[in-house]
Structures are given as C-alpha cells and as structure tokens.
Design a protein. Structure first.
Length: 469
C-alpha cells in the first residue's frame, strides 16, 4: 500500500468519525499525560527534587522535518531591544476563535494586487509560521497586499483535524505592528475583491522528495478547505507545474496577476526573484515586525519573573522527534524505524544531554532552566531535575495566582506561543536545530542581538544526536 493511499484512507476515516476522534484524542493526548505528569511531579517532590516543576503540555511541534535555515537565514546586525518593556499587564485573553475581521488598508482599486499564502493542513503551526514569514517577504518585495490567514492547531490536539480548531491571525500575531510594513486584508474581504477566486497559485512540487501525486492530493484538500471556509476557488490540479522549469517560468508570468496565491512559500525560498543583497534586509524587516499578539507578549512578561526570581535563566527546548514518531505512529522521513531500539538509545541520549546542559549552565553561572518539550520526550524532565537546581515549566506557571494564565493554560496553542516568547527574551536559549519551534525563536533572537545555541553544539553531545532528536 503506497503512501498516498494510506493518507486517503486516513483522511476518509477522520471525516467519518470526527466526533469520536476528538473525544479519544482529548482523553489520550490531554487528560492522560496531565495525570501522569502530576503523578511524576509528586514522585519527584518526594524524592527531594524540590526545584522541579513539570510541564503540562506545549505545542507539540510535530512539523515536517526540514533542513531549511537550521542556523538562521542571516547574520544580524540589529538594534538591541526587548519586547514588552512598556507593555500593560492587564491582559485581555481571547474567549472565541472568531474575532472581528481585519480591515483592508485603503489603496486605489485599479492598483490593488493581493498575495494569499496558501497553507492549510500540512506540518504543524510553526512550520506554517515559517511559510508565512517567507510569504511576507515576497509580498513586500512585489508590493502586494497580504492576506491574514488562520493557523491550524496540531492534529494531535482536539479539533486538530477540523477547521473549527484553527486560530484567527490576530490571536497569533500583532496586526498593528505588521501593518507598519505591509498592507493586510482578511480572507473574506479578499474573496469579495477577487470575485471568489485566485487567478493563479504559485506551486513547486519539486522542492522536496515528495511524490507529485501526494502533493496534488494535499493541494486538492486545501482547495476544498478554501471553498468551505471562504467560498474561494483555487485553480484545479492542471495548474500544478510538471517540471522545475515550469515553476521558474511561473514567477515571471504572475507579475501582473491581481489575485495571486503562493502554496507552501518555503518551497520557493531559493527561487523568488528577490536579489541576494535585498533578501537579508527584507527578512530582517519582517522579523522586526512579525511579533506575537499583544496578549501573548503580556502574559509572557507576567510569568517570566517567576522562572528564576528575576535572575538570569536559560530556556531549553528538548525535541525527541523519534519518540514522537513512535508515540503517534507518524511517517518517518528517514526510513524504517525500530521504536523499541530507538527508545533505549534516546533515553541514554537524554542523560547525555542533561549532563551537557548542566555543564553549560555551570559555565555561564545559571541556576534555572525553563524547559519546553512535546509528548514523547517526558524523560528529559526527570533526568534534568536530578542534575539541575531549578527546572521550571509551563505546568508550574499555571499553578501561580495569575488568572489570565490559568484560563489559557488548557489551550496548548497559546501556551506554546507564550513559551516561545519566553525563549525569545531568555538570557540563554538552547534549542533543537531541526525543530521549526526553535527556528522561529531563533529568527527573533537574531534580530534582537541574542544568540541561539543548538544542542549539537554543547560539549559532550554525540555526533549522531541529530538523527535521534
């Protein structure tokens, strides 16, 4: 049975039993881990690891593996700044996933050209953030009004397979800040201005080793979602390029197209007709203005002082990709996987990482680490707690007397954004180079003059850790 057949069967079953799927996923992925982590917290506290605070959940970071921009796209020469210096602490937390539509910035009708970043079901949220970042760059360079898309939560969360679970753009990003560098329009307003269709969608099925049939299957699924959500028609599958030459030619053909889409903008990172001497400056401009929603930044500012009592601290993102693949039965991009063997290897790697992290903290005179990790990586919390004075996680922060954080803590999408904001402003950040979660944080730290250290760079980390983490 080939890969595309498996995906079709999986999708069909998901649609046929969406209610049962939501209930089961919620119980298995949310309730059970919560209970087990609470139990582990009690166990470790009784073992005199009083400094340990265990994570409830983060955004689970199960994006497609990508080598793109693992160490950042540019070397920054930024102004030193810190988000939230004058931020109000009276936080308004969203209670609905349907805030008011974003208004179009006015411009002459005959000059309007639009860019719709077409990305729906593939990857996780952070993979989509990276695609949107490249789309902003292209939109600014070509003077197009950018469509503010919703972002889906991960499919391992409740409602992850249905559009009702998606988060509106201005619950993720600061719209006011982004409007300083580009014009914005909502999907609903775009549909009206473009008569319910996109004239052309840039596509590049040759950017990865994926089968073209699988690419077409995903594009068709996305087209169906566009029709369902906004009554917008995308070009049919006949528009999918049949060669890389067709892809390159399409970039020249669309310059005067009014209503343009770009599907998986990351697939065009090496093809966009942005001169090299302008690409760095454009991405720096994007990274300075692509900030998280104000309520996310405010909440991060509220809880950060509790991590290390106002002292310098380190954020560590631990990403056990192999554990995730085994736990959720996901497709493994590097071939067959013997989970029983790899689990043993990964636990030993976690011990090695813990020793290297402790040494790094001692060298930099740090006493506290803010730890983020997805399901399948829980072993790192217990191991770190036995070696480091104070390990803090989002689970601890939810226990504080901060009602706004307690109210939002049940939603992993927002918790992950808050964790990233904490990581951006941490004194030190150690992340996983293959994780989109780490890469998104690195973009912002770079523009703010802050360094990211990758796990593989720590002393004592095995050379093959990249294949295990």
């Amino acid at each position: 049975m080939n890969m595309i057949t498996v995906r079709k069967i999986t999708y069909a079953l998901g649609l046929a039993s969406v209610v049962m799927t939501v209930v089961c996923v919620y119980y298995v992925v949310y309730t059970l881990p919560r209970q087990s982590l609470r139990a582990l917290t009690i166990h470790l506290a009784e073992s005199n690891h009083a400094g340990l605070y265990l994570l409830e959940h983060t955004d689970w970071n199960l994006e497609s593996t990508s080598d793109y921009d693992e160490d950042g796209l540019y070397d920054s020469d930024p102004e030193n700044s810190k988000d939230g210096d004058n931020m109000e602490t009276n936080v308004s937390v969203p209670t609905t996933t349907a805030p008011p539509a974003i208004k179009t910035t006015s411009q002459p009708e005959d000059q309007e050209r639009f860019l719709f970043p077409v990305q729906m079901w593939e990857g996780g949220p952070n993979w989509n953030y990276k695609n949107y970042r490249i789309a902003i760059e292209y939109g600014i360079y070509t003077s197009r009004t950018l469509v503010t898309i919703p972002f889906h939560i991960h499919h391992t969360q409740p409602e992850g397979w249905v559009t009702a679970g998606w988060r509106n753009f201005n619950y993720t990003y600061d719209v006011t800040k982004l409007k300083d560098v580009t014009q914005l329009i909502s999907p609903e307003d775009l549909s009206r201005k473009c008569d319910g269709k996109l004239d052309f969608v840039l596509q590049n099925p040759f950017a990865t080793k994926r089968d073209v049939k699988e690419f077409i299957f995903d594009f068709n699924r996305t087209a169906n979602s566009f029709k369902e959500l906004w009554n917008i028609d995308l070009p049919d599958v006949a528009s999918v390029p049949r060669s890389i030459e067709d892809v390159k030619n399409s970039l020249d053909l669309v310059k005067n197209v009014k209503c343009l889409g770009i599907y998986r903008a990351m697939d065009f990172v090496d093809l966009l007709d942005v001169p090299n001497n302008q690409q760095v400056a454009l991405l720096q401009l994007v990274d300075k203005h692509l900030q998280r929603a104000p309520f996310i930044r405010a909440l991060a500012q509220r809880v950060t002082p509790y991590i290390c009592d106002g002292k310098p601290f380190m954020t560590l993102q631990w990403r056990n990709k192999t554990g995730e693949m085994c736990s959720f039965g996901m497709w493994v991009p590097w071939g067959d996987l013997d989970c029983s063997t790899h689990y043993k290897e990964l636990r030993q790697v976690a011990r090695t990482v813990a020793e290297s992290v402790r040494n790094y903290m001692q060298q930099n005179k740090l006493m506290c680490v803010f730890l983020t990790f997805p399901p399948g990586s829980e072993e790192i919390a217990e191991i770190l707690a036995s070696r480091i004075p104070r390990v803090v996680t989002s689970f601890t922060l939810s226990e504080l007397n901060i009602p706004e954080f307690k109210n939002i803590f049940s939603d992993n999408y927002y918790v992950s954004l808050i964790e990233q904001e904490i990581a951006v402003n941490a004194d030190h950040f150690v992340g996983c180079g293959r994780s989109s979660w780490t890469q998104v944080v690195t973009y912002e730290r770079t523009i703010n003059g802050k360094k990211t250290v990758y796990l593989r760079e720590l002393d004592g980390i095995p050379k093959d850790i990249r294949n295990l983490v």
